[in-house]
Design a protein around this ligand. Structure first.
Ligand code: NDP
Length: 338
């Protein structure tokens, strides 16, 4: 059986996470038992939620156990199978974690799904046609529930979730406005993703001036907001929300290191009679087939060309992960293996 490099969670961060929280080890992959499948990973997904799971704190998901392989989404190829539903050569998406190979037992709850890579590059099953894409779909369709002509805004607009949100919003005839960090990301959001406008939040020192820039980008106000970051950005958007607006509360990455990210004017939620709903995409598995079909059409037809940041080699995963938390990624952050 092949040798398998793995990255374990070695210690829990105190404040900001660092490379010393991770440890690289190698071990042999075990021989397959009945019903098991050996998958060679081609790409690992790096996602902001992993930062929350590094803490030993109460949350919607169990903490990542210390001394175990970092958990996370993977795409790969079946190299050996003792399961009648999978054959060597099948391309699959699963939750193989930060390692080069995984042994999966689909009958014992191991997640493994075959994917068609004819029109969609396999790595996109970790991004636009995977969990982040479905996340954008859920917030837009089930929470914001926008009507044609409405203005919707998304923060972290150039990222995995934000870019899918923009593609879905534009395909529904909405005015889509992004918020992103830096002129290069904003240029991509407007010129390549087709958003109507993008505001570079890094040019503004406070929520008031950012809100003024949003006023220009959203002359009719904001009907729906998809929140990925929190903090000053959320403050600025709240000042521009229309009455009876909807907010899909997806992520608050500005606070993931544990620093407070207070809201200055929460009373705006009352005065504007806003509906704000937090959600976790894995609790809505019923919508995944419908969402993945729509996202697959957008990507397969070339209407949505998601961008990726690709780190190379398992050893590069911790640095790439920490960089993503600081916005060094440009599009969906993955690690290419093999
Ligand atoms: P991204 O690809 O968007 O990467 C994260 C981005 O966040 C960075 O590129 C950076 O963009 C931005 N960012 C980081 N720190 C800050 C900050 N302090 N202020 C403003 N922006 C910041 O990641 P994803 O698309 O994978 O995830 C986006 C959000 O969605 C995250 O909050 C994540 O936790 C959440 N999420 C929630 C799910 C759910 O079920 N609720 C499921 C999946 C994701 P920039 O350079 O533009 O600042």
């Amino acid at each position: 059986m092949p040798n398998n490099k793995q990255i374990l969670l070695d210690s829990r961060p105190q404040g900001e996470a660092s490379v010393s929280n991770f440890r690289l080890v190698a071990s042999e992959t075990p021989a397959l038992g009945d019903g098991q499948v050996l998958v060679k990973h081609l790409f690992l997904s790096l996602d902001p939620y992993m930062r929350g799971r590094m803490n030993d704190a109460k949350s919607y998901a169990q903490p990542q156990p210390l001394g175990q392989v970092m958990q996370g989404g993977t795409v790969g190829e079946v190299v050996e199978s003792r399961n009648a539903n999978f054959q060597a050569g099948d391309k699959v998406v699963g939750m193989g974690g930060w390692q080069e190979y995984s042994v999966v037992d689909p009958q014992q709850g191991g997640m493994l799904r075959k994917v068609d890579t004819t029109h969609i590059p396999i790595s996109h099953y970790l991004g636009a046609v995977g969990m982040p894409g479905v996340t954008a779909w859920y917030g837009l369709v089930k929470i914001i529930d926008a009507k044609p002509g409405n203005t919707v805004v998304v923060s972290a607009a150039s990222g995995a979730v934000g870019s899918a949100f923009g593609a879905l919003a534009k395909s529904r005839g909405l005015r889509a406005v992004g918020i992103a960090g830096g002129p290069e990301k904003c240029g991509y959001v407007k010129d390549e993703l087709g958003f109507d406008a993008c505001v570079d939040y890094k040019q503004y020192k406070d929520a008031g001036s950012l809100s003024q820039a949003l006023k220009e980008a959203c002359p009719d106000g904001i009907d729906g907001y998809f929140e990925n970051v929190g903090g000053m950005v959320m403050d600025a958007v709240l000042m521009r929300m229309n009455a009876f607006g909807r907010i899909a509360l997806c992520g608050m990455i500005a606070g993931y290191d544990g620093k407070p990210a207070p809201l200055s004017y929460p009373q705006l939620m009352l005065t504007n009679r806003l509906k704000l709903e937090g959600f976790i995409v894995s609790e809505h598995m019923d919508v995944w087939p419908q969402a993945l079909q729509e996202l697959g059409m957008l990507v397969g037809s070339g209407k949505f060309r998601p961008r990726e940041s690709v780190a190379v080699g398992l050893e590069a995963a911790p640095e790439a992960f920490l960089g993503m938390l600081k916005g060094k990624n440009f599009g969906k952050q993955v690690v290419k293996l093999g």
